[in-house]
Design a binder for this molecule. Structure first.
Ligand code: COS
Length: 383
């Protein structure tokens, strides 16, 4: 049973504690999902998470825009990740994909939020390109003004939910200024759009819907622009400021599960005439895992609490939370694999799955190296 003592920390209210309990019951009844066909599994998870109200936390109600509660997002991601990485993925992408609309969308665009919150529409965040995963200011996909609309030309890659999404937020170069100052965000429907195609499905070590997308003279109305022209870079960064802490939360969920599995193993497996847990080297490993988990949780929930407290920007806090939680989760899971011996690398074992699932989190939504750049810039700017 995962440690829940962190819920007594002052970051949380009774509402958060009640939600965590309710979600635990939901997870026990509904997860893990069958991952045989990841597209089908994701569609099904989005529907279930929508039907039972969990996706309502990923975006504000269209008629009553309010800030997202980042502690709630983190608690949900942590809990889902502990039970099933794909369920966490399905939940998280609804929030990230709709994020720019939640933050700066107009009333008509916010109408989409009804469908992303209910699970009737799947959302995707289309930022990365072959030459601009880390260097967002280098985006090449263009959106050229044409009559009463824009024509999109170029490619996006590493797009989660690519191929199954009903709506994409696409970041494109509109050219108001150089680099970061010349980007804008567009709301692009994913179905029945001339010139839009999935160029390639990308298979990764922890499978989920992922694709390279092609835009060949795709026409969208001027009203598809989210926020103001030239504001795309800031909209992307402000969205990531919210969702980066939640990536840390997902890593924390994976790490907690690994710790639970390691403790169960250490207590049940006999070696040298007693349980593994009697060996001091095993105790050292367990102690380091527990320390990493608690330290990661402190950083994740500090960032979430700061944002919920009304901080305009939590760039530094969110980068620290993501960097530390994902890197330490990798260490924790590696130790859990080690404690399981051969079973730890056997296909289908929980810790083997965690070992594959954690890896991408150190890369996407800002690789660890980018988080270090972001943190250093913030520290130096404040000095
Ligand atoms: N919130 C609001 N505005 C922000 C911001 C934030 N978090 N971060 C930067 N900005 C603003 C800056 O204030 C600056 O505005 P002004 O020109 O008005 O001063 C503008 O945006 C440009 O910022 P900066 O100069 O820092 O841009 P860089 O191109 O140097 O940014 C990094 C470099 C690496 C920090 C950025 O590209 C980044 O975060 N990359 C990783 C992106 C990522 O997560 N990719 C994964 C794909 S999503 S799965």
């Amino acid at each position: 049973m995962a440690d829940k003592s962190f819920l007594t920390w002052p970051f949380f209210t009774d509402r958060h504690r009640a939600l965590a309990e309710e979600l635990e019951r939901w997870c026990a009844a509904n997860l893990p999902a069958d991952h045989g066909d990841v597209d089908a599994a994701c569609r099904d998870l989005v529907q279930k998470l929508g039907r039972d109200g969990w996706l309502a936390h990923t975006a504000p109600a269209p008629e009553a825009p309010a800030p997202l509660d980042v502690r709630t997002l983190c608690l949900i991601r942590e809990t889902l990740a502990r039970h099933d990485g794909l369920a966490d993925f399905a939940f998280a992408m609804q929030g990230l994909g709709a994020g720019p609309i939640s933050l700066v969308g107009n009333a008509k665009q916010r109408d989409w939020l009804k469908r992303t919150r209910s699970g009737d529409a799947i959302a995707a965040f289309a930022l990365s390109e072959q030459q601009s995963g880390s260097d967002v200011a280098n985006i090449a996909l263009t959106a050229q003004r044409y009559g009463d609309g824009y024509i999109l030309d170029g490619e996006k890659t590493w797009i989660s939910n690519g191929g199954i999404a009903d709506m994409y937020v696409v970041f494109a170069r509109t050219g108001e200024g150089p680099g970061a100052k010349g980007l804008s965000a567009f709301l692009v429907p994913g179905k029945k759009l001339a010139g839009f195609s999935v160029a390639e499905r990308i298979d990764v070590i922890a499978p989920h819907p992922l694709a390279r997308l092609k835009f060949e003279r795709v026409t969208v109305p001027a009203a598809a622009m989210i926020g103001a022209p030239g504001e795309g870079f800031k909209i992307a960064m402000a969205t990531l400021d919210i969702f980066r802490s939640t990536v840390g939360a997902a890593a924390l969920g994976f790490a907690r599960r690994a710790l639970d599995e390691a403790v169960a193993r250490a207590k049940s497996r006999e070696l040298f005439g007693g349980p593994l847990a009697d060996l001091q080297m095993v105790q050292a490993s367990i102690a380091e895992m527990a320390l990493d988990v608690d330290a990661a949780a402190l950083l994740v929930y500090r960032a979430a609490w700061a944002k919920d407290g009304g901080a305009a920007r939590v760039t530094r806090e969110a980068a620290m939370a993501k960097l530390f939680a994902t890197e330490q989760a990798q260490r924790v899971i590696d130790k859990a694999v080690q404690l399981h011996g051969g079973d730890g690398v056997r296909h289908g074992h929980v810790v083997e799955r965690l070992y594959r699932e954690i890896r991408a989190l150190r890369i996407y939504e800002g690789a660890s190296e980018v988080q270090k750049v972001v943190i250093a810039r913030q520290v130096l700017a404040g000095a």
